[in-house]
Design a protein around this ligand. Sequence first.
Ligand code: DGL
Length: 279
Amino acid sequence: MSPKNISKAPIGIFDSGYGGLTILSEIRRALPQYDYIYLGDNARAPYGTRSFEIVYRFTLEAVQYLFDQGCQLVILACNTASAKALRTIQQKDLPHIDPNRRVLGVIRPTVEILENITHNGHIGLLGTPGTINSQSYTAEVAKLYPQYTVYGQACPLWVPLIENHEINSEGTNFFVKKYIDELLAQSNLIDTVILGCTHYPLLYPFIRKHLPEHINILSQGQLVANSLKDYLQRHPEIEQRCSLNGQCTFLTTESSQKFTETATFFLQDTITAQQIELG
Ligand code: DGL
């Protein structure tokens, strides 16, 4: 098939809710030429306290929906979905659905970069209960850097605070401090903290305020964007199937008006969302 005949489609970006917007905006900054479809399953967020089976089923439904829109490449811009669903989708589902399409997650690129950030290998990890309990980060770190130690801290209330528009409330400050204190109580050696949930950069000012200055905060947007750029360079067979009009479509399973307002606020850019149904 000549490149002219290859059908091209947007890159799919999926999250349970608004968190993946922090990844999308960095990806669009690094790779503005491509088209994107952002899908937030806001009606069923948060995923972080849900079981393995449910997160897997919801994520597969979202991936299938994005494939139905033509996407050849889908990024799970969600740590919980990456931790609980990515491997099964890659190994079990993709070979049946379409072995030529790709689904990528956010955990591997985050772990890969650690050696450039940490000085002593003591890594704090803030994430949803699902991500922390899955031990996915610990396993991935053990593969690449067996000498490092990961201290996981679940922050079950942070995503609900963001999804419920409580980002600037006193309660948010209280709960950010509470989980950071619990993380720091695990070790005084931590020199790097991973924001292991794509919602958490939206809490960055609170998180920075409560973490000692010498601790590096690793936020995923830019590093996932760099990793995607690198991936597309190394995989021309996928890159050729990505359309190039610089457009982004926003889909949500919740009210489109609510998503439009919140996403416009988070992205500081006027967007319009459409409501869709999954499942
Ligand atoms: N942004 C998702 C993540 O990175 C949030 C998960 C949730 O919905 O609880 O884990």
